[in-house]
Design a binder for this molecule. Structure first.
Ligand code: FES
Length: 109
């Protein structure tokens, strides 16, 4: 595991999401009630960047065809068979770090 800083908690308020790039991979950070989640920033349908969608509560909706996901666990809401690719994330003090090895592995799947 190799965690690298990609943002600070000051940049990502509760209820918001933001895209970051790290080691050539596009990752979506989501702050739900001050807990940070990270996913590959690509819809599992046709790979639209999820950062172009919307976040209402914990429901993340893709902007292209409206697929919806639970941003707290990455599971599909509609359709339920879809799921987001999670990326390991840590918060140290105010720094948000993601595991670049995790993004590399999952990006190749
Ligand atoms: S690309 Fe996201 S729902 Fe189709």
């Amino acid at each position: 595991m190799t965690f690298l800083k990609v943002a600070t908690t000051d940049e990502l308020w509760a209820g918001e999401m933001m895209p970051v790039e790290c080691a050539g991979h596009c990752v979506l950070l989501v702050n739900l009630d001050h807990k940070i989640y990270a996913y590959e920033n690509a819809c599992p349908h046709l790979r639209t960047p999820l950062s172009e969608g919307s976040l209402q509560g914990k429901v993340l909706t893709c902007s292209t065809h409206g697929w919806q996901f639970d941003a707290g666990n990455g599971r599909g809401i509609n359709p339920q068979t879809a799921s987001l690719k999670s990326v390991a994330v840590q918060v140290e003090n105010e720094d948000i770090l993601i595991d670049v090895c995790d993004t590399a592995t999952k990006g190749e799947q």
